[in-house]
Design a protein around this ligand. Structure first.
Ligand code: 15L
Length: 273
C-alpha cells in the first residue's frame, strides 16, 4: 500500500507505541499531534496541528494510505472539553480523510462507549451484544465516534475500524485490568490488523490482550487478523497481594466500564474551578 499512515495523537502513550511498532510491520508513519514529538525517529514525517482544525487536517491527510486516530482527551472531562476535542475532533478526522480520498480510518473507541453493560452470567461478551451504553461524557463521545464511523462507511464508502480499547498501559495496575489490559505489543498488533484486514467495511472490536480473566470476546478482532500475545495473568499474584481477590459483585468488576460507572466519575467532579 502506498502512502504513510497518519497517526493522530502521535506524541501520546499509544501514539508512541505505534511509532515504535508500525514501521517494523512495514508501515511508514506520518505523526501528527498538537504538541511536537520530542524523540523523532528515522523515517517519520512530523506535523503539529490541532485535530479540530479541518483545513489543517485535510492538508495532513493528503497522500496518506490510512489514518489511525488516537488523539483526544483520554478520560472523563467537562462537556465543552469532551465535545470539542473528542466529537468535533473525530468529525474533522473523518471528514478530512474523505476529502483527501483516504480509504481507511482506524478509530480509538473505548470500552466506555458501553460502560454500563453488565458482565454476562457466563461466557464472553461480544461487541454486538454491547450496544451503546456510555458511562461518562467521554463514553458518549466514543459512541458518537462509532456512529460517525458508521456514517462515513455507509455514505462515503470508507473502511472504518473502531477499536473498543480496554486498558492500554505498559502493565496492569489494578485487579480490573487483569481482565481489561491491552499490552503495548498487542496494541500494535491490533492496529496493524485493523490496517491490513481486507475490506472490513464498518467494524467494531474489543481491544484487549489474551488475558486469562478477560470477559470480552476476541473472535471479531481475531477475524480481522489480530494475534494477541500477552496475558495480564503474569501480574495477578502481585496485584492480588496488594488489592485482594476481585469481587465480581462489585460494579468495578461487574460492568464493562468499571470505575467510570461509579458516582465519583460524575462530570461535575471534573468541572474546572
Ligand atoms: C479508557 O478509555 C481510557 O483512555 C484509559 O485512561 C482507561 O481509563 C481505560 O479506558 C480503562 O477503562 O481502563
Amino acid at each position: 500500500m502506498s502512502g504513510p499512515v497518519l497517526v493522530t495523537g502521535a506524541a501520546g502513550r499509544i501514539g508512541t507505541w505505534l511509532r515504535g511498532g508500525l514501521p517494523e510491520r512495514g508501515w511508514a508513519v506520518r505523526c501528527l499531534d498538537v504538541v511536537p514529538v520530542t524523540d523523532v525517529r528515522p523515517g517519520e514525517e512530523h506535523l503539529v496541528a490541532d485535530i479540530t482544525d479541518l483545513a489543517a487536517m485535510v492538508d495532513a491527510t493528503e497522500g496518506a494510505s490510512a489514518v489511525v486516530h488516537m488523539a483526544g482527551i483520554s478520560g472523563e472531562s467537562t462537556w465543552p472539553a469532551i465535545s470539542h476535542a473528542n466529537i468535533e475532533g473525530t468529525y474533522c478526522v473523518l471528514e478530512a480523510a474523505r476529502r483527501s480520498g483516504v480509504p481507511r480510518v482506524v478509530l480509538a473507541s473505548s470500552n466506555h462507549a458501553t460502560g454500563y453493560t453488565p458482565r454476562p452470567d457466563g461466557g464472553l461478551l461480544r461487541e454486538v451484544d454491547a450496544p451503546p451504553r456510555p458511562d461518562t461524557y467521554y463514553g458518549v463521545a466514543k459512541v458518537t465516534m462509532e456512529a460517525l464511523g458508521s456514517l462515513y462507511v455507509d455514505r462515503y464508502g470508507l473502511d472504518v475500524v473502531c477499536l473498543r480499547i480496554g486498558s492500554a498501559f505498559p502493565e496492569p495496575t489494578s485487579t480490573r485490568q487483569l481482565s481489561t489490559w491491552l499490552s503495548p505489543a498487542d496494541t500494535v498488533s491490533l492496529v496493524d490488523a485493523a490496517l491490513k484486514a481486507p475490506s472490513p467495511g464498518f467494524s467494531v472490536v474489543w481491544g484487549v490482550s489474551n488475558n486469562t480473566r478477560r470477559w470480552w470476546d476476541l473472535t471479531a478482532a481475531q477475524a480481522l487478523g489480530y494475534e494477541p500475545a500477552d496475558d495480564a495473568e503474569v501480574y495477578a499474584e502481585a496485584l492480588i497481594e496488594v488489592h485482594g481477590e476481585p469481587d465480581l459483585g462489585d460494579p468495578v468488576h461487574g460492568r464493562v466500564g468499571g470505575e467510570y460507572t461509579l458516582p465519583e466519575f460524575d462530570a461535575e467532579n471534573f468541572e474546572k474551578p
